[in-house]
Design a protein around this ligand. Structure first.
Ligand code: S3P
Length: 183
């Protein structure tokens, strides 16, 4: 399958708490790819936390940084990329994502809440009712996430390796048998 992928990047999309970084790291290892996380790159290059950027510069500045990082990642091959949950909001980002294979980790909102209820690193969840906030965000984003090449439905309680196995089983179903490209 690695040969058929031809080194195209794999972009994991989905809500905060869907496990993009954990699963992305494992997936990269098993594919012989490298791993990166767009939030980590933004923090490393600005020497600031995501929370700090949101608080001082605002979401629009963060979104511009996110697009810039994504556009630069496109120049590389053989990366599994964990993207920030809101990367799908900008139309322009899709033109970068489409250089690779886009995989949506679809996790039920109650499970996201369970994972994130104590989290203080996601500025968009610093809200009196984080469950409602997650529901609102997901409602706005669902149809965008659904434009991924592949949707992986994640059952609560499943272990990350099971998700990786599921992904590895499904990838060949969207690769053309002969031409080694995406359908
Ligand atoms: C965001 C998700 C976060 C981070 C920022 C905004 C979002 O990334 O980019 O807090 O809009 O959903 P994760 O999805 O990695 O948590």
């Amino acid at each position: 399958m690695q040969e058929r992928l031809k080194g195209i990047n794999i972009y994991l999309i989905g809500m905060m708490g869907s496990g993009k970084s954990t699963i992305g790291g494992l997936l990269a290892k098993q594919l012989g790819y490298r791993f990166m996380d767009t939030d980590d790159i933004i923090s490393q290059t600005t020497h600031r936390s995501i929370t700090d950027i949101f608080a001082t510069e605002g979401e629009d500045v963060f979104r511009d940084l996110e697009s810039k990082v994504l556009s630069e990642i496109c120049a590389y091959k053989k990366f599994v990329v964990a993207t920030g949950g809101g990367i799908i909001l900008k139309q322009m980002n899709w033109s970068y994502l489409r250089h690779g294979m886009i995989i949506w980790l679809n996790v039920p909102v109650e499970e996201l809440y369970h994972r994130l209820k104590e989290d203080q690193t996601r500025p968009l969840l610093q809200h009196p009712d984080p469950l409602q906030q997650l529901q609102i965000l997901l409602e706005k984003r669902q149809s965008l996430y659904a434009q991924a090449d592949l949707e992986i439905k994640i059952n609560p309680g499943g272990v990350p390796q099971q998700v990786v196995t599921q992904i590895l089983e499904k990838i060949p179903t969207i690769l053309k048998p002969q031409s080694y490209g995406l359908n």
